[in-house]
Design a protein around this ligand. Sequence first.
Ligand code: GLC
Length: 527
Amino acid sequence: MEPSDWWRTAAIYQVYPRSFADGNGDGVGDLAGIRARLPYLAELGVDAVWFNPWYPSPMADGGYDVADYRDVDPVFGTLEEAEKLIAEARDLGIRTVVDIVPNHVSDRHPWFRDALAAGPGSPERQLFHFREGRGEDGELPPNDWQSEFGGDAWTRIDDGHWYLHLFAAAQPDLNWDHPRVRSEHESILRFWFDRGAAGVRIDSAGLLAKDPVLPEVDPGAGVHPYVDRDDLHPIYRSWRAVADSYQPARVLIGEIWVPDTERFARYLRPDELHTAFNFDFLARPWDAEALRESVDTTLAAHAPVGAPATWVLCNHDVTRTATRYGRTDTRFDFAAKAFGIPTDRALGLRRARAAALLSLALPGSVYLYQGEELGLPEVEDLPLDRLQDPMHARSGGTDPGRDGCRVPLPWSGTEPPYGFGAGESWLPQPADWAGLTVEAQQRDPESMLALYRAALRIRRAGIGGDFAWLPAAPGVLAFERGDGFACVVNLSAAGAQPPAHRELLLASAPLRDGWLPPDTAVWLRRW
Ligand code: GLC
């Protein structure tokens, strides 16, 4: 494979900068902390790192409210440090993917400030979606659109006009019909590509285009007024032209929540995005038939467009795998998030180990969210007054929000901050994480970290060739890759017999008399 095709098979590690490592001891992770820990990522064996936003931001939504796309927030460091980080990572063989947020800006972004100051009808307001309200005095929002974080997607300002925000009120949506919005974002892409970024992750990539009439959402209409609209495709074709103008070509990765797999695959046509996150797989329960179906529909949808599939188990927006898989309902669903759902931690971890081997053996690229390699659980008992996620606040306090998967990583030692930094971290870490630190897991050959390291090493050395299911008992997933490699995952309650093999490469738990106990996965060499 050409090195420029690296993204087809890459293992990409997601760093949430606030919570990875704190270099200056202020309780918030930063670029200095990440730079100091790059050897850890090299040793883990990942091909690339995707960084969540590090731009100047009031942090109304963890940095997804960007005030300046061409700089770094002082809490994280400086632009110069980001450039050094990209170069140092490259020296260790790790590519950098930066997060681009095109759907909205921060309400402190100069464009939005100018728009507020310039008043109704001004060219400055054309960059956003400003409208008059409904009702006698315009006291009702212009339409019924709801924020992804709950509540109205409109906020009224002093002069009586309303502006659209599909997320928090501090994240006004840009008007993608405006040529300046388009040219600005192409320039932002170039800015980061010029600094050595190997690619970009495109935030909320399915939401940019809006029906200019801003009609009410009508489930019977067939076309949604702002999700997955056809006019998105020309935008990404022009982005692809920018990415392809670099040597080596840069890579576009879409965050696209579109349930229809055929519509999803349209974004991955050869002149559009390279890959997109597979949220279908992420949301599936720990169930053999459900996962098999997801693998089949994923591979079938990607094949006609020639794009590689991606496999994702969790990220900074969803419940951590080790917690979700220990619950009675093992699906992920934003709407079902609630406080106090019981989980069996040992069971969740056992399944997360098996799921790691499953996702790392499937054809395509794979994403690994920081802490997943440590088997971290969701922190579900954070003090309410420390929660920062607008999803929690905008739900009226019923949704726990996403802070529980964003708690700073434990590196070493036996008590908080576990080597994350010097003082108390921005979200408090649990008192019982001493056994989960990198330091502790490095000493333990049975640890989750040891499993991930071994799996990534084997994957790098080569798992390739065509994918094919092997015959298996009910509740068991077994498949081979063309090169003699096989993966067997037992999701049933009974033992499972692996197919004939020459070598057992890796197991997520010890076998019993050569059989896989429940919730166990193995990697085999068949010939
Ligand atoms: C994406 C991000 C999420 C953010 C939202 C708004 O879904 O992953 O964290 O809140 O976009 O930018």
